[in-house]
Write a protein that binds this ligand. Structure first.
Ligand code: SR1
Ligand code: MG
Length: 390
């Protein structure tokens, strides 16, 4: 990296000036305000705003941001993300933010400012927090969000499948979308570390016995091995690769606006198993539902669960004329196995679920145990997935 990392307002404004983007925000630099909105694990994000407009800047540091310099990571991953955005913009332009600028010297991507929208996970967390504090927040129509996400996954994977593209174009896409560094990260943090005694892991004390048993559980180890092989060996279509509720944004409908759903952060994208994006989304909606149930908010829990059904239905609606029901059932089973791995890592591994972390201790413990037990059952028998039709 040829310059220092962006850390403050002046650095961001100076960057925008050098990149000849500051004039889109303000006539004079003094009028540009900057705030850091970093929320994910990998990168840093800033919003720069002036009287003429606003932009989001994302910079990949040469390490995993949430861990720090002890976890070095090639910052050119931002190029993989930009490449994925280009593919998604071609295939599903309404569901991704527009990219304004890519800089592979300083590993910065400048993009449409979506900060008026709410990150789905934040919205789900706020709902519980507000109710626990005796207040209310806007309703999130999770069923409608699930429909958009399921259609997104369906359209993306169908349009990029070998059957749609033909062998030569499919091979080219697979090659161009190859993302070995980020796939290695998934293998390490999703399928690896939670199943070993490593320093990054932590969990609530109520999970102690279960976690120690998990590390010696041969049936679980075999199931995780299978799901890892599916992850690494099933090139079926382009996937987002990290489609949890922190990768979805929405504008809650109000006067003048319909529900608007965007999928972002596709840096883990590659040509992989179709069931993975579904499974990660289902896992995180189940975590959100379990958190709501533990907080005594069963209406919210049911609303959150509806996203699992609607996303599955929307996904199937896209694919059903082009494939067999056997294939779709196999996608379901793989999706639930991915869901199991994702849920386990959110209660043991380094990447946490704010849905659980924000709960008061007693409810957090109950929810974490419920997530763990359900996850283990999805891993061992994916047909236990909560969609009754499987
Ligand atoms: C060390 S954190 C790694 C995780 O961050 C990303 O958000 C992905 O979920 C990845 O698994
Ligand atoms: Mg992310």
């Amino acid at each position: 990296m040829s310059r220092a990392l962006l850390t403050d307002r002046d650095g961001v404004v100076e960057y925008l000036e050098r990149a000849q983007l500051s004039a889109t925000l303000a006539d004079t630099l003094e009028l540009i305000a900057v705030r850091e909105v970093t929320a994910g694990n990998m990168n840093r994000v800033f919003i720069a705003e002036g009287p003429l407009g606003s932009l989001a800047l994302k910079q990949a540091p040469p390490f995993i941001n949430v861990i720090g310099e002890s976890a070095p990571m090639d910052p050119s991953r931002i190029g993989a993300e930009a490449r994925a955005y280009r593919q998604l913009a071609r295939l599903a332009p309404d569901t991704v933010p527009a990219i304004a600028h890519l800089d592979l010297d300083e590993f910065v991507m400048v993009m449409e400012d979506l900060s008026e929208l709410t990150v789905l996970r934040d919205g789900l967390v706020d709902q519980i927090a507000a109710r626990l504090a005796g207040g209310t927040t806007a309703e999130i129509d999770c069923g409608a969000v699930g429909t958009v996400v399921g259609r997104f996954i369906g359209e993306l994977t169908r349009a990029t499948s070998e059957a749609s593209l033909g062998g030569i174009a499919f091979e080219k896409l697979t090659r161009e979308s190859s993302n070995p560094d980020l796939c290695a990260l998934t293998i390490k943090y999703v399928f690896g570390e939670p199943y070993r005694d490593v320093a990054n892991n932590h969990w609530v004390p109520e999970l102690d016995d279960r976690v120690r048993r998990l590390w010696g559980d041969e049936a679980v180890a075999a199931a995780v091995q299978t799901v890892t092989e599916v992850f690494a060996g099933s090139a079926q279509g382009l996937i987002h690769g990290d489609l949890h509720t922190g990768s979805v944004m929405l504008r809650i409908p109000n006067e003048g606006h319909d529900l608007d759903v965007k999928v972002f952060d596709p840096e883990f994208s590659f040509v992989g198993p179709i069931g993975m994006d579904l499974g990660l989304f289902w896992a995180n909606m189940r975590i959100a539902a379990i958190a709501a149930a533990a907080a005594g908010q069963s209406d919210l829990a049911a609303m959150r669960d509806s996203a699992v059904d609607t996303s599955r239905a929307a996904f199937r609606a896209v694919w059903q004329d082009d494939t067999s029901s056997n294939f779709l059932d196999q996608v379901d089973r793989e999706a639930w196995a991915f869901a199991g791995a994702e849920m386990i890592r959110r209660v043991i591994g380094v990447a946490r679920a704010a849905d659980l972390e924000m709960l008061p201790a007693v409810q957090r413990a109950a929810a974490s145990v419920a997530v763990f037990d359900e996850a283990r059952s999805f891993l061992l028998d994916p047909s236990t997935g909560t969609v009754s039709r499987i």
